[in-house]
Design a protein around this ligand. Structure first.
Ligand code: ZN
Length: 326
């Protein structure tokens, strides 16, 4: 069966708007980041701020790309990278002001103004820091020379990398209906028992949804469970997609609960009939601890009870052998 692929269409105005918004936010965050970097003496906190800087830029670019109906992850990532690089450039241009004693900033501004943002001024600032260092991991010990250059590269890598991945996540795996020119919203997911290795998941990927109705439902609290999610276009019958995800409840390094998600199939192309089968399967699939849904079992009559254990045996017979017909 086929899976959804983005058409690659980029409305040009949307690309310009995404870049403009992303760049504006990047400049603001770049300036804020420079000051916080030199004013906050905690390296770990600075690292988190660099991550926030990158993720913030990427989020804005990705959000604008989504609003502007950009169905192209490559272009979206490229826009985020350009915006992040502009932000880093402004971070460097602001360095002189961040290093200046706070009280003297107005004086520095009167003298230098925006000239610190000129390329040769930035190169001169880098050369100065390379020689002299600007901050240290331990008191009285300045980081300078090549170790400092390495840290600059790591910092830039974190900012650009997070901008790219955050923008990517906003667009990737979200199906779009080309006929209706609209993103397709996802329905409430269904949870099932399993870890993805059961035959039912292979059957489902091959378009046979009947075994789903016999698969026990999960609550989402299990250590491992399966999640299936439908994207169904509301205005036409042509665009329906199914994503099946293996979910694992784990604990991260800091002891916080963390959900690890792995798609076993992403946006599988399904037709209208299959959508109904998937919805119906969820309605009749057995729930742990509950009797399977089946034809009502008649209470044994007084005569049957008098006859002994035979009635009890027949009462437990219906085993919920439901099948779905298309
Ligand atoms: Zn549609």
């Amino acid at each position: 069966m086929r899976t959804y692929q983005h058409s690659g269409i980029v409305p040009i105005l949307s690309a310009i708007q995404s870049l403009a918004a992303g760049t504006t936010v990047a400049i603001v965050l770049g300036i804020v980041y420079t000051f916080s970097f030199y004013y906050i003496p905690y390296v770990y906190l600075n690292f988190l701020l660099a991550m926030g800087f990158g993720a913030g830029v990427g989020w804005v670019v990705g959000w604008m790309a989504y609003q502007g109906r950009i169905r192209n992850t490559g272009v979206t990532v490229a826009l985020a990278v350009v915006a992040a690089l502009v932000g880093i450039y402004f971070e460097w241009g602001t360095t002189l002001y961040a290093l200046a004693p706070a009280a003297e900033i107005p004086e520095y501004w009167k003298e230098a103004g925006l000239s610190t943002y000129l390329p040769h001024a930035i190169v001169a600032m880098m050369a100065h820091l390379y020689q002299e260092g600007s901050w240290g991991l331990t008191a009285g010990q300045m980081v300078k020379g090549w170790p400092l250059v390495m840290l600059w590269l790591v910092e830039a890598g974190v900012i650009v990398g997070l901008a790219a991945t955050t923008a990517f996540a906003q667009i990737a795996n979200k199906p779009f209906c080309e006929a209706c020119n609209e993103w397709i919203t996802g329905e409430t997911p269904h949870f099932y028992q399993g870890n993805g290795s059961e035959p039912v998941w292979t059957e489902v990927q091959n378009g046979n949804f009947d075994p789903l109705a016999d698969t026990e439902q999960a609550t989402g609290g299990e250590p491992i469970y399966m999640r299936i999610k439908l994207h169904v276009c509301e205005t036409c019958t042509q665009s329906n997609y199914l994503t099946i995800t293996r979910c694992e409840n784990t604990i991260d390094d800091k002891g916080n609960p963390k959900l690890v998600e792995n798609d076993i199939v992403t946006n599988l192309d399904v037709d209208d009939t299959q959508v109904e089968l998937i919805r119906t399967a969820h309605l009749i699939a057995p729930i742990a601890g509950m009797p399977p849904l089946g034809p009502p079992v008649a209470e044994p009559s007084a005569a049957e009870r008098a006859a002994g254990g035979a009635a009890t045996a027949s009462g437990s017979a219906p085993g919920g052998n439901w099948t779905l017909r298309s």
